[in-house]
Design a protein. Structure first.
Length: 265
């Protein structure tokens, strides 16, 4: 079927995406801290999938396929591919490890990209906060516009990141963390990339960097940052690539400092 949604205005994607995220959020809340939750390991010790992930993803996919027939959907648990036109990138529970352990820091993330450009993004913390972004129309939290911080330099910045599943490259991670820790205000590791981006977008964090990510980890959050006035790039400061697995994001006021610290000598 031809993807007719590619010609739609960016704002037209948002409401069905929010509906899908809210429906998934209800499923996740029902499973949270439940004795009946089923969990198994996927690719690594910390890479888990639960019955909540699977049920949440099915609900999102059903709703997106119904609202946008012909569009591609790339989801964490069921896969999928995208070549051109409209694509939705779905993480049904971003932060599954937090979710399974009862740490209340996880989210539903749905990003819409059209012809390779971020177009709409929705990140829902099932405890209630809803972050949205539409290309050219700004970012919002619970319907209220948000913007990045005004921290002027790396030394003033609270910076967030996450732990990669692949532990064979830990020396690279430790090097980056050490350089940034010595130059910034302090570091945080969250375990939920999408909410990390959103906290940057609303000014709680001043920067975020991570690698070994998947497109569904970033597709919504990077747009929330950009539309909130932030800067998003590759880890070496070049153009951001959704498929690269790496991202450097900041309020834009010290981005070159951030990238230089990540890259190192």
């Amino acid at each position: 079927m031809k993807d007719a949604s590619s010609n739609q205005p960016p704002a037209s994607f948002l409401d069905p995406m929010v509906d899908a995220a809210q429906a998934a959020g209800a499923i996740i809340r029902r499973h949270y801290l439940s004795d009946s939750l089923e969990v198994r390991k996927k690719t690594a010790q910390g890479d888990l999938v639960s019955s909540a992930d699977l049920e949440s993803e099915r609900e999102i996919l059903d709703r997106l396929h119904g609202a946008f027939p012909g569009a591609s959907v790339v989801a964490e648990e069921s896969g999928g591919s995208h070549t051109s036109g409209t694509a939705f990138y779905v993480d049904p529970v971003d932060g599954t490890l937090n979710f399974v352990h009862g740490v209340p820091f996880f989210a539903v993330s749905i990003g819409c990209w059209v012809d390779g450009a971020p177009t709409a993004g929705v990140v829902l913390n099932p405890s209630g906060d809803l972050y949205t972004a539409v290309r050219g129309a700004g970012s919002k939290k619970n319907g209220v516009p948000i913007g990045v911080s005004q921290a002027p330099a790396l030394k003033d910045a609270l910076i967030a990141s996450g732990w990669p599943y692949d532990r064979t490259h830990r020396a690279r991670l430790y090097g980056q963390m050490d350089r940034l820790y010595l130059q910034c205000q302090e570091l945080r590791a969250l375990g939920c990339a999408s909410l990390g981006f959103c906290l940057l977008a609303e000014g709680a964090f001043d920067a975020y960097w991570e690698w070994d990510l998947k497109p569904w980890d970033m597709a919504a959050g990077v747009l929330v940052v950009m539309e909130a006035g932030g800067t998003v790039s590759s880890l070496d400061g070049g153009g951001f690539d959704l498929e690269s697995g790496g991202v450097a994001a900041s309020n834009g006021r010290f981005h070159e400092e951030l990238v230089a610290a990540i890259k190192g000598p």
